[in-house]
Design a protein around this ligand. Structure first.
Ligand code: F6P
Length: 324
């Protein structure tokens, strides 16, 4: 293991830079030459690959985004694209690859490895937190704090005007951001894709909250909720409950930026280091993670297919604590 390539792929996440830094520094510590691959699989296919020095990753641990940039790469879905990637790996004599990303990233890595025998280690980097085999993905904690900070501000104005706000959060087809941020802001209701949204039950609760003289009401809506998101559910509420002054806020990509939290910085540093060590130990086709505080190894197949289940206790807690 003399040369290792690292890239970031899929939706960027706060903490990815800390992970890149840890990969580079661990390589150098072990006399391995690190190479940055820019814009994920696109960079592999186009040969946008450059040796990285220790100084290249100075002063980035605190920065959101990714210095290696990221991209969603359709060409990698094609065999020809993957062949080009392999040719570049050979050209740069890379002995192993560290891929920082989400399930799309690891799905690509798994398919690539069925065609070419290049050791690949994945680091879970997605605010969606929807990978199996780790308690947290890099970026999730920071995104939660961003949502909570934003919704606290919405709560201020909602209280001043006695309004109902539908706040949409990211998460793709998972409700992890919605569930924990909803609990963190004391939401009156949390709508997630993993459980059916019963409109009548929601309206009954909101009407009841109003009779209890609640000054403001916040409903956190996961973008993947079957109702179709905050705008759709707000339209429904406006038609069925015209008595409410209903507003919508879609937080969008603000959830992907910002300086990573302490948890994300330490998690990313641990996982970057663990990924290089896993390559040195001859591991491949696995995602490194942290489970109950210990570093864990999960085959890509399992990490992407057995998506984390929502914590039932937290779902119940949200119900109990929002009971008028
Ligand atoms: O996967 C991370 C994520 O932020 C999802 O939560 C969101 O649905 C998606 O990326 C948005 O993708 P893009 O940045 O390509 O619009």
């Amino acid at each position: 293991m003399k040369k290792i390539g690292v890239f970031t792929s899929g939706g960027d996440a706060p903490g990815m830079n800390a992970a890149v830094r840890a990969v580079v520094r661990t390589c150098i510590y072990n006399n391995i030459v690190p190479f940055g691959i820019f814009e994920g699989y696109k960079g592999l296919i186009e040969g946008d690959i450059k040796e990285l020095s220790s100084r290249d990753v100075s002063n980035i641990i605190q920065r959101g985004g990714t210095i290696l940039r990221s991209a969603r790469c359709k060409e990698f879905h094609e065999k020809e694209g993957r062949q080009k990637a392999f040719d570049n790996i050979q050209k740069f004599n890379l002995d192993g690859i560290v891929a920082i990303g989400g399930d799309g990233t690891f799905t690509g890595a798994k398919i690539f490895n069925e065609e070419h025998n290049i050791p690949f280690i994945g680091i879970p980097g997605t605010i969606d937190n929807d990978l199996f085999g780790t308690d947290y993905c890099i970026g999730y904690d920071t995104a939660l704090n961003t949502v909570i900070e934003a919704v606290d501000k919405i709560r201020d104005t909602a209280s001043s005007h006695n309004r109902l706000f539908m706040v949409e959060v990211m998460g793709r087809d998972a409700g992890f951001i919605a569930l924990r941020s909803g609990i963190g802001v004391g939401a009156e209701a949390i709508l997630v894709p993993e459980t059916p949204t019963l409109i009548e039950k929601l309206l009954e609760k909101l009407r009841n909250d109003r009779t209890q003289h609640k000054q403001s009401m916040i409903v956190i809506v996961a973008e993947g909720d079957e109702t179709g998101g905050a705008l759709k559910i707000a339209e429904l509420v406006k038609n069925l409950c015209p008595e409410f002054d209903t507003k919508v806020t879609i937080l969008g990509h603000i959830q992907r930026g910002g300086s990573p939290s302490a948890l994300d910085r330490v998690l990313a540093s641990r996982l970057g280091n663990a990924a290089v060590n896993a390559l040195l130990e001859g591991k491949t086709n696995i995602m490194v993670g942290v489970l109950h505080r210990d570093v864990s190894y999960t085959p890509f197949e399992k990490a992407i297919k057995h998506h984390q289940k929502l914590n039932k206790d937290l779902l119940n807690l949200a119900e109990v604590l929002s009971y008028n």
